[in-house]
Every structure is written in C-alpha cells, then in structure tokens.
Design a protein around this ligand. Sequence first.
Ligand SMILES: [Zn+2]
Length: 504
Amino acid sequence: MSATRGASALDEIDTALSRLGWLTVPDFKELITALNRYGATARSISRQGKKADLRMRVEGALHGLKAAPAVSGVWANVRPTAVTLRLVSGASNGTTPAPTMTVSVSLPTPATVRASHSASTSQTPTYVPPLAMPKLAALYTGSKPGGGSVSAPGGSGGAGPSNARLEVNPGPAFRFKPSPFFTVEEPVSIVHECVESYSAQDRREASFTFPLTSAQLAKLRPASGSASTPPTHQLRLFCTSSAFYDPSSRTQNATKNNLDLPMEFPSTCEVFINDTQLKSSLLKGMKRQPGTAPPPDLRVGNGSDGGLRAGAGAENVNKVKMLYVNTTPAGTYAGFKKFYLVVQLVRAERVTTLIENIRDKQSVSAEEIRGKMRASVAASADDDIIAGTLKLPLKCPLSFARIALPARSRKCTHSQCFDCASWFAVMEQTTTWLCPICENVLDWREIIVDGFFAEILRLTPPAADDVLLEADGTWRTIDGRYSSRNPYSAEKRRVEVIELDLDD
Ligand SMILES: [Zn+2]
C-alpha cells in the first residue's frame, strides 16, 4: 500500500465493479484490452471465453488493481474506457484526468456541407478532407449567423436547406416509454425536428426556445425551500429518432410498430440549455442501444432555478441547442436519421417511495414460492430428471453486499435475487432494465419482493454468503451449521453465546 493510492480511484473502481453486470461480451473485451494495455495485472488477461469467464477475469483484475501501489496511475489510463462503457460517470473526480469528449470532428467548408446535404437519404456524401477539431462547440463560436433559431454553422446564410424544422405538433402519438422514476405531466415545448447529418463531417445545429410560467418554474425549485430536498418536478429533454417516430403519419399512433418511443440522441452530440452544456455522458446510454439513457434533467445551471427562466418576453425564454454529427458506421446500425426533441415537465418519483411501494404491494410470500418449487419438483418427477443442489448467493450481483430487499421479476425462473434498491439505483442511470442474473429485459412493473429469499436471509447468519438450495425449497448453509430445519436466529445465537460463557 502506498501513498499514491487515490481514494477516489478506489471508489470509482468499486462503482465500475458494481456495474459490470451491464456489459456485453464486446464491452468486456474492450475493457480487458484497456486493462492489458496499461498493465493493470502482472500477466495479460485472456479475451477468450464466455461472458461469465470474461466478467470473472475483469472482476479479479479490478480487485487486484485496488490493492496495487500504482492504482491511481493505471486507473487514470483505464478510466476513459470505463467512462465509455458507462461504468463510471464522465465527470472529473480531481485525482484522475478529466476525460476529453470523444468527438473527433472534421471541419468541411460551408460549401461542401451544403453539397453533401441532400434531401435524398441515399446519396453518398461528398468526401471532404478532414481538418481536426477537438470540440463541436468550437466550430460554432463566432461563426453563427445571428438571429433565427435555425442556422447553418459557419455559413453566410443564403442558399441551402435549413438544418432543422419547427412546429411538429406533439400529441398522444408522441409518447415515450414510461419510467418508474417520473411521470410526464405536460410538454412545455413543441416537438423540434432535427434534420439528418450525413457523416462525421456534416455538422448540424438544432436550436429552439420554450417559455415557462412562474408556476412551472416553482415546481422545479427544491421542495420546501431546502436545497437538500429535491424538487417535486423536473424538466427533462426527450429525444428520439426517425427509426421509431414518423410525424408524417397522421394515424392513431405515429410511432413505428405502435411502441412507446425509446430515448435516442444522435451518436455524437452536445446539448446546451441556456448556454450551459449537459454532461455528454448523460446522453449516451449503452453503445448503440437506444433507450438505455434516461431523458436528461435540464436543471444544470446555478441557483435554485437551475439556470431556467420564467415569464413573458423574449429575454425570459429558455433555449435548447443541440450540435450533432453522424458518426455511426455507415450501413451498420444507423443509417441517416432525423431526431425529434421535446422538453417535458415531469413529476419525479422518489426511489425510496418506489421501493416501499414494491415492498408493500408486490411481495410474494415464502409459502407461495415454496409451493411452486414443490409443484415443479412433483411435475418433473415423472421425467426422471433429478434436480441438483443449487448454490444460492445471498449477495447482490450489483452491489456485492448482502441483499437487503430481495427482488426479481415475476417472470424470472431463477431463485437468485438482486437487491431491489441497488437495481433501481443502477436503472436510474442506465435504463437497460436487464436482470443481472438471467440478463432478460425486465418490466419494472413486474418486479416482486421474494418472500422465500427474504426468509433465507432472516434465518442465516449475516456472514453467510451462500446457501445450498434443494429443488424442494429446503436449504442449508455451506458449513452445515444452519438449515431450513435448524435455522439461525439472532435470539438463539445469543443464547448459545451465553451457554458457551457458562461452560468456561
Ligand atoms: Zn432474471
């Protein structure tokens, strides 16, 4: 142990460890490549094998790294990969270098922007010799023609298609996937259509304004005037793409396949509210998986109003600006897409309330679950299938701590649970809704508290990490001291200790 160890690097590695459950096989390989490149372990980690193997090796490497003297230095190098994979947030933590936004944009001349932009989505963009520029925002500084909410960056006005169109009427058809964390109360802006970007060189800017009433703004201030009490409402920016939404279709539901809209921002974008930039990590979600980032909260400025304004008059409107290019590989996932932005006032649900509701209303009793286990044993008895003993972990696969409130989906077929609060805490940041155990996408409305698992937790000592579970619902601790027939209880334990003392 050396003094060079940074506490925050350790904290971040712990955070990364708690989120490994969301990585895909390619993600694990990317992380292993980074760990190997920066010498996180004495020997290179193999990138071969199944996901469970990759995860185990990464876990081992990260735990090992925590104990290494050079942890801060190694982590500083591995960190950008961890940020990309959303294992840690992109914000700088003081001891590690702030990751630079991974936008590599090239600067074409205004004329070639127009030449490459066409109404035809099948046209191949004109090749433009790249000119390295580090940040999208830099491209626009001082070069934006004054005035309108629509502008061709770097251009001198005049010919050429506009970058964005206004006045798409929202309506019941423009409905996003529901979330346990908030309920949409009302849209406060029009739906703003953002035209396609055709390449990484085809820079686009979309901007629009929206007013707020003082009553709306009041809902966005910390509740009861105390900064520590979160506001009852939030102002969130929703974005989806033409892959999911078709405003020209005036049918009952303009969303394709009649599904609620998933969130999707352009592959590379920067978003500003009243000239304050939103953290880009908030807009990304899992790589190329729409719907995995929640709509960002627009209260990012200073003061109790979060930088938002209310009232009549042009000076009091709020301005959303999005700068974007299309950096998705052609022909793979993206194609050319339009994007649709809308600002909505939402009522925030508190996670603690959410979890209390699940505990109170969606608990399934131990008897009911044991009954189902016995029924399934009886049903399989005819098939000569001998169900084996299962090692059932009592720790949460997300938090690595002993589960406090054991949860899983009603539809999960496994006995293993995760911790309810830990799962919702992860889902609040990365809305994959994946079960960390079976990796199926769960409906949060189907989450149950497993009374049988809760009973095992209650009847085993706090130090027990696993039990051996039989198909009929009987169980024993690994050391064999306690079982469903001879359970542990804090009370009994006290008696035993006293008896031991008397024996002395
Ligand atoms: Zn599951």
